[in-house]
Design a protein around this ligand. Structure first.
Ligand code: BJ8
Length: 383
């Protein structure tokens, strides 16, 4: 695996450090909104002078407790997220003034009803598809209702100017994150997919957006300098892998780190905790609500039906990052991503003529050996 930065901190270390920061912020009266999904328009939260806090959980620890309420045969991300709230072990859930859910997959949608019994959970009604005539206007109206909800919650007025400012701020962060993630295009690649994924996920526990931008830009500059100095002009025989599918923070060590330790480079992570959400910016030249609706309807998640933009986006990423093979991660009982693997496999193997494998897994370590064997066999075919 490529060398990690000297000051590298794991996701768990960052999460723990964030507890104190969050407590201090709350003591000073900071508004906090808990979220679970890339479809949530974060600009509305920033425009309310609040900070968004990602609550998707990546640990198996609270799952047995969650299974006292939820069915065992459910996605680990949903069970772990609910379990942390249910067992009162997530300070970020505790400090959130409101939880925002969304009508994405059935599991999350129904879990939010139960979560609402623990803390008020406001659910955004996301259209199931992008292509029907009223999808955009419905979603635009829903974004306005969300703004009104926050106005009501905090007894404030959110102006279009506030939203414009938030759009600019988030777009700036997207540019910086994209530049960092596009370091994966360099050949040989000078940083690991494990590092890229950790930075994106851990950023939800660093609440100062300016500070996040600065840290990421600094790391990008460091890596570019490293590439010029140590990598430029050299040849790498390590296969370049695209990771796609479900959010992978709960299985990053088991799959992404493992793949890299076995001799591959995960150059692009096409997921919600990778480059997927950083590709499009929010337009700054049109009505703010339409601009937000357009951006946030285009998240290429498998809950959208049909989901053609996902394939178009994958095709561009495969070409631009010079990908040699695709590994898809499906969390157990995630029906939408699982069913979509059929078309992803077809697209990758038939249209892009590349090897593909999918791995269905959960947050436990029980299948680690089996996954390693499958990854070894896959890489043997590539090397
Ligand atoms: S936009 S990927 S963050 S829904 S919870 S769908 S894994 S069964 S997380 Fe997601 Fe928003 Fe889509 Fe992204 Fe499957 Fe589990 Fe559902 Fe999941």
């Amino acid at each position: 695996m490529q060398k990690l930065p000297d000051n590298f901190e794991t996701y768990d270390e960052k999460r723990k450090q964030g507890f104190i920061t969050m407590k201090n912020l709350k003591d000073k009266g900071q508004r906090v909104i808990g979220t679970f999904c890339s479809f949530v328009p974060l600009e509305i939260i920033y425009a309310a002078d609040a900070i968004p806090c990602g609550l998707c959980a990546s640990s198996e620890e609270p799952i047995p407790a969650a299974e006292a309420v939820l069915p065992a045969n459910l996605c680990p991300l949903i069970k772990a997220s609910y379990g942390f709230a249910y067992t009162e072990k997530c300070p970020y859930f505790y400090f959130s003034d409101l939880i925002v859910g969304e009508t994405t997959c059935d599991g999350k949608k129904k879990m939010f009803e139960l979560l609402n019994d623990i803390k008020e959970t406001y659910v955004l009604q996301l259209p199931n598809g992008r292509d029907f005539p009223d999808a955009l206007s419905m979603w635009r109206d829903e974004i306005i209702r969300f703004k009104e909800k926050l106005e009501d919650l905090y007894k404030i007025t959110i102006t279009e100017e506030d939203i414009k400012k938030a759009i600019k701020l988030k777009n700036r962060e997207r540019d910086i994150l994209r530049e960092y993630l596009e370091l994966g295009k360099l050949d040989p690649v000078p940083l690991s997919g494990y590092e890229m994924g950790t930075l994106i996920d851990a950023s939800s526990f660093s609440f100062d957006i300016e500070e996040r931008c600065e840290t990421t830009a600094k790391r990008t500059a460091e890596v570019k300098e490293l590439w010029e100095r140590e990598f430029k002009g050299k040849k790498s025989t390590r296969p370049r892998i695209m990771v796609t599918g479900c959010p992978n923070m709960g299985v990053r060590d088991k799959i992404i780190k493992n793949l890299e330790e076995l001799g591959a480079d995960c150059v692009v992570i096409d997921t919600c905790n990778g480059i997927r959400t950083q590709l499009d910016k929010v337009r700054e030249d049109i009505d703010v609500y339409t601009a937000l609706a357009q951006k946030y309807l285009n998240v290429t998640c498998s809950v959208m039906s049909p989901n053609r933009p996902r394939f178009e986006e994958m095709g561009v990423l495969i070409d631009e990052f010079k990908v040699d093979a695709v590994v898809e991660i499906v969390l157990q009982a995630c029906h939408t991503f699982n069913i979509e693997t059929y078309n992803v496999k077809k697209y990758v193997t038939e249209e892009k003529k590349l090897p593909y494998m999918s791995l269905e897994t959960d947050y436990s370590q029980s299948d680690k050996g089996q996954i390693t064997t499958r990854l070894e066999a896959f890489l043997e075919m590539l090397m």
